[in-house]
Design a protein around this ligand. Structure first.
Ligand code: LRH
Ligand code: MN
Length: 400
């Protein structure tokens, strides 16, 4: 993007092309194994979660889809759910199967030693593919808790073959245009090994499943010190990056507000995405333009709606800074081996205050320049707290 392109026009369009999908489960009560703190007004049903997601879209203008999780969002009529979403100006986004909350998945789901358990697991994902077809969803987003806790507990290669057998059947069932997003995570709840533990494992699996299968990068699923933007660059170059679950973490899979711990990393991730979009290689550019941006967070102590709006604003800011990188100057410094000038080019963009730019972008669309302030002034949070009250919430030690 030349300096001229960075004029308001092109920038304005690029800012507007960023769509951020919010998760239904980010609007309801959630917590840790120690405690789920019930919040007054927290959404309790799929319908209330759609209403809250609709508000976030009205305030930000960039959240036109909402991800659902099955069975957490199970309803009697999926078309009715899609209809309700439309009434809130939304469409149903990724459908997330849940293969981590049935007792029979203690030793795994698609990787389980018992064929009958694997059969149940495949059938659940096939049902989610049908739900995706019914609600017009573009993706089935699959995370497996599958793993073991002790060496020797199971045969690691046998688990991989069981996994691929199930995933092949699932991939074969995908309607045209519906992607299977394969999410990896290096540990938890598996504390010895996890069957899909890293981007390499997920990418190799997708290579065996075909072009409709792509890797989902959850920003909280890497060992400390991992260079996440390098993983993103490699997956883009392989044409295998399908989407993100954005959140932030300091220690493990903390699921905190995206950009609240390491905003520089989030900027560098978007720098790789924007660079790829502008890359001469059509396949890489197409992959970058097809990436699904989703939030996956758990708002345990903070107000849920404000947390979601703040998250979207943080993602927009990181993306806008990445759009401001002077790529010609960067390439010139890189080719000249001018190490520190190249780094300064990036840091200059990162240190740019993009709030005025985004405020203008919102004003031009009739949106409040400050969505968080608009939420606070709306009275919505107080109203739903009165209407919905507070649910009873538990702990991760139901037997205690
Ligand atoms: C697993 C995960 C996965 C979800 C869940 C809510 O840690 O990131 O994406 O299904 O969180
Ligand atoms: Mn996730």
């Amino acid at each position: 993007m030349t300096d001229a392109d960075r004029g308001a026009g092109a920038l304005d369009g690029r800012i507007g092309r960023l769509a951020v999908e919010t998760p239904t489960w980010g609007y309801g009560d959630s917590g840790t194994r120690f405690k789920v703190f019930a919040q007054a007004g927290a959404a309790r049903t799929a319908w209330e979660k759609l209403a809250d997601a609709g508000l976030v879209h009205r305030l930000t203008g960039v959240c036109p889809t909402v991800a659902i999780h099955v069975p957490w969002d199970r309803v009697g009529d999926w078309r009715a759910l899609a209809g309700a979403a439309a009434e809130h100006g939304l469409a149903i986004g990724a459908v997330n199967p849940n293969l981590f909350q049935e007792d029979e998945y203690r030793l795994g789901s698609l990787c389980h030693p018992a064929p009958a358990v694997r059969r149940r697991a495949v059938d659940h994902v096939l049902e989610c593919v049908e739900i995706a077809r019914t609600v017009g969803s573009p993706a089935v987003s699959l995370w497996l808790a599958d793993g073991t806790n002790y060496p020797g507990q199971d045969d690691l290669r046998a688990r991989r073959r069981r996994l691929l057998e199930g995933l092949r059947e699932i991939a074969a069932s995908l309607p045209p245009g519906v992607r299977l997003l394969v999410e990896y995570k290096f540990f938890e709840p598996g504390f010895y090994h996890t069957d899909i533990a890293d981007w390499g494992a997920a990418s190799a699996i997708c290579a065996e499943l075909g072009p409709q299968a792509q890797v989902l990068v959850d920003t909280g699923h890497h060992p400390q010190g991992t260079n996440v933007e390098h993983i993103v660059a490699q997956l883009l170059d392989l044409g295998r990056l399908g989407g993100f679950h954005f959140n932030a973490r300091r220690y493990a899979d903390d699921d905190l507000i995206v950009g609240s711990v390491n905003p520089y990393e989030l900027f560098l991730v978007f720098h790789e995405l924007v660079s790829a979009e502008e890359d001469g290689d059509a396949a890489v550019a197409a992959c970058a333009r097809g990436v699904a941006y989703m939030i996956d967070q758990s708002h345990n102590v903070e107000p849920k709606l404000e947390a979601m709006v703040q998250s979207v604003v943080n993602v927009q800011a990181a993306h806008a800074r990445a759009l401001l990188v002077d790529r010609a100057a960067l390439r010139a410094a890189q080719e000249a081996g001018d190490v520190l000038e190249a780094n300064r080019v990036l840091v200059r963009a990162y240190e740019t205050d993009v709030r005025p730019l985004l405020a203008d972008w919102r004003r031009r669309r009739g949106l409040d320049p400050d969505p968080v302030a608009a939420l606070r002034a709306s009275g919505y949070v107080e109203r739903v707290a009165r209407e919905r009250g507070r649910a009873t919430a538990g702990t991760g030690y139901p037997g205690a």
